[in-house]
Each structure stands twice: as structure tokens, then as C-alpha cells.
Design a protein around this ligand. Structure first.
Ligand SMILES: COC(=O)c1ccc(CCNc2nc3cc4nc(N)[nH]c(=O)c4cc3[nH]2)cc1
Length: 374
């Protein structure tokens, strides 16, 4: 049974789409990139810069926020937007993935995932019901079902087990979400590893349950890019054309371009901010590692044609110096430069799809990266 739809498809160009997703805290233009503000902050950035860089929606994490400062506390303080000062749309991940990647002594049962907090070692139980309760307390505009994501490579049995458990948790997540006010959304998550048949079963059964949008999970977990793209080809066509499709945890600029070409509408990844903190810049010439000594005397900015001031106004020599000296400003500048580049790329894709020239945009963008950094 399909749910009321807040997604408006504006144009398609091949399998690529551009649209508008209306949430209680504002409109999201798609394809959209969500920078990851895991614990309620975008590391090294003010929200003003996140917004000015072209961001419509940011991601927060149930796992981190329920452990610290606590979901009930954030609710008492008015919810995530009031608490953090980001007054736009927010999506929260449901926590299962973070438990498997961040905590130890974790156990998966039919009922829930139990684990020890990586902060104080306290024993915590995260069930689909509690995950939805936390995301409602946080006030996320888009909540994610609780699921189990297996790392790849994995056995067929393990992939099928986790996929079917995730479908049962999808049902329970949707039931727990029923009291949410109009406009708040719940997305299902397709699992199935790198096995097409498992992907088809997961997508078909999720659509029968009915969600506001559908994520493709279980990818960007160690598989080659070709496998990730093949699984998108298997899964996207099985999802309702009028619902948003969200590829979780992805990715590099090339991943984004190739996934939009295959019909994906939403993305999240730590890469622009985390790589920025480690001295890596994303530009239209490709990635530039500013730790590299070759930049020490280079007076040129990263890209004098960029519309983002920091990309235009600072020399590579200065950025190299900041990174080598471990100056906090280096991490801050490269984080904003990278988020601005990702959002510049997303805006370029939206415009190209609207004008029916996405294939040409894709070719020109790849050529720019291939040219490398002159
Ligand atoms: C510098 O860059 C990095 O350190 C870095 C680290 C991890 C990723 C990959 C993140 N991948 C990923 N995040 C994910 C989050 C997910 N959440 C749920 N609920 N279910 C999933 O099935 C799922 C899959 C994911 N795959 C990408 C980049």
C-alpha cells in the first residue's frame, strides 16, 4: 500500500531524474547530496557555510545521538533543528549500520541489536521500535527503517538471512512510525548484498509494505564500484518511479555521477568532510592531496573559476602549509571547499537533467577529472 507522496518528479533524462521533495522543514531539490553531521554538528563547519554551499538537507545518526546527549534530552530541548540551529530538513539513519561499525560486543537477534556503547560501555538495546521512537524524538523529517547491513563479500545464506530480517524489521518500523504527524517520512531500505535475486525480493516486498521513499542499502561496504553500480541497475527499476531513491553512504563524485545516471535521487557520505580534514580537496580537476610537497610554492588557488570564495581566494601553498602544520583552519577550509564542490556537482546535474543534456554533462565532467590537476 503506497503512502502519500511528498516527491514531485520534475524532469527525466535517460534514467536520470530531477525532482523536489517537500519536508516539514523545507524543500529538497534532487538529486541531492546530504553532508553527514553525525553527532548533530558538521565537523569544522558553521551551518551558515553548509547552507551557503548549496545544502538543502543534512544527515544525523540515531546511534550517536541516542548515546549522547540522548534522544529524550534533544526532544525536551525542542528537537534536532532547535537543538543544533540547523533549521532545514534532516534525515536520520536508524542505527543498525553504525552499531555494526562502531560498537563491540554487539548481538543481532530477531528482537533487536544489543551492544555496548562506544562512549561509556553501557549495554544498549536497539529494536526497530526504539529506533523509530528515537528518530521521532529527534524530529527527523525523514526516518530510516531499522535494518541489518552485511559487509561484502558475504555468503548467500548470510545475505538472505539479513535481507529477510530487514524485511520483518521494515514491517515493525512502519507500524512504530504510524503515529508520526503528516509530512514526516519513513524510508524502507533494500538489502540483498551483491545477489540480484535477493535485491529483487527485497525491493518487491518493501514496495508491498509501502514507504514514502526507498533507500538502497548494503552497498559501499567494501565491494568494487562495478558491483555497486550493477546492484543499482538491478534495484532502481524495481522501485516506484514517483518515490525518492536514496543510495546510502555514497560516495565519490564519480559514484554520484554514475548513480544519478542510473536513477538515484539522494546520497550521503562522510567523504567531503572527512577527506577535507585529512588534506584532500575535491575539485573539477579531480582530487588534490594538499599534503603533497609539490604545492609548497604554488601561488594559484585551487580553482580560480569557482563560485566558492575559499576555493578561489587561498593559494595552494597556503593550504599546503595549513595542512602540514596541522592548523585547524586547514581542516575547516578544505571541509567547506569539498562540501561546496559536491553541491556544485549536484546543482550541475540537476540543471543538466532539466535541460536534457545529462549525457553531455557526464562526459564533460569526467573529462575534467581525467585531465587531472594541471
Ligand atoms: C573518507 O571516507 C570514508 O572514511 C568513508 C567511510 C565509509 C564510507 C562508506 C559508508 N557506506 C555505507 N554507509 C551506510 C549506511 C547504511 N545505513 C543503513 N541503515 N543501512 C545500510 O545498509 C547502510 C549502508 C551503508 N554503506 C565511505 C567513505
Amino acid at each position: 500500500m503506497s503512502l502519500p507522496n511528498h516527491f514531485e518528479l520534475l524532469a527525466t533524462n535517460g534514467a536520470a531524474r530531477t525532482g523536489r521533495l517537500t519536508t516539514p522543514h523545507g524543500v529538497v531539490q534532487t538529486p541531492a547530496f546530504m553532508p553527514v553531521g553525525t553527532a548533530g554538528a558538521m565537523k569544522g563547519l558553521h551551518w551558515r557555510e553548509v547552507r551557503d554551499a548549496g545544502t538543502d538537507i543534512v544527515l544525523g545518526n540515531t546511534y550517536h545521538l541516542m548515546l549522547r546527549p540522548g534522544a529524550e534530552r534533544i526532544a525536551a530541548l525542542g528537537g534536532l533543528q532547535a537543538f543544533t540551529g540547523w533549521n532545514g530538513p534532516m534525515l536520520t539513519d536508524s542505527g543498525g549500520f553504525q552499531v555494526m561499525s562502531l560498537s563491540d560486543l554487539r548481538k543481532v537477534s530477531e528482537k533487536a541489536v544489543t551492544f555496548r556503547s562506544h562512549i561509556d560501555g553501557a549495554k544498549v538495546e536497539l529494536s526497530p521500535e526504539r529506533s523509530i521512537e528515537v528518530q521521532r524524538l529527534l524530529g527527523a523529517d525523514i526516518a530510516m527503517q531499522m535494518d541489518e547491513c552485511v559487509r561484502l563479500p558475504a555468503t548467500r545464506d548470510d545475505i538472505e538471512r539479513a535481507m529477510r530480517l530487514s524485511l520483518r524489521w521494515a514491517e515493525r518500523s512502519k507500524r512504530a512510525f504510524e503515529t508520526a504527524p503528516d509530512g514526516y517520512m519513513l524510508f524502507g531500505i533494500v538489502q540483498g548484498g551483491d545477489i540480484p535475486e535477493m535485491r529483487h525480493i527485497s525491493a518487491r516486498e518493501l514496495v508491498k509494505i509501502g514507504f514514502h521513499g526507498y533507500a538502497i542499502g548494503g552497498l559501499a561496504v567494501g565491494e568494487p564500484q562495478a558491483v555497486m553500480l550493477a546492484m543499482i541497475d538491478e534495484t532502481a527499476p524495481a522501485l516506484p518511479v514517483d518515490c525518492p531513491r536514496y543510495l546510502m553512504g555514497v560516495g565519490t563524485p564519480e559514484d554520484l555521477l554514475e548513480a544519478v545516471a542510473r536513477g538515484i535521487d539522494m546520497f550521503d557520505c562522510v567523504m567531503p568532510t572527512r577527506n577535507g580534514r585529512h588534506g584532500m580537496a575535491f575539485t573539477r580537476f579531480g582530487q588534490i592531496n594538499l599534503r603533497n610537497a609539490r604545492h609548497a610554492d604554488d601561488p594559484r588557488p585551487l580553482d580560480e573559476e569557482s563560485e566558492w570564495p575559499a576555493t578561489r581566494d587561498y593559494s595552494r601553498a597556503y593550504l599546503h602549509h595549513l595542512v602540514r602544520s596541522g592548523e585547524t583552519l586547514g581542516a575547516m577550509l578544505l571541509s567547506e571547499i569539498n562540501v561546496a564542490y559536491y553541491q556544485h556537482l549536484m546543482r550541475g546535474m540537476r540543471e543538466a537533467i532539466s535541460q536534457g543534456i545529462f549525457a553531455d554533462f557526464r562526459e564533460r565532467t569526467r573529462a575534467g577529472w581525467a585531465k587531472g590537476d594541471i
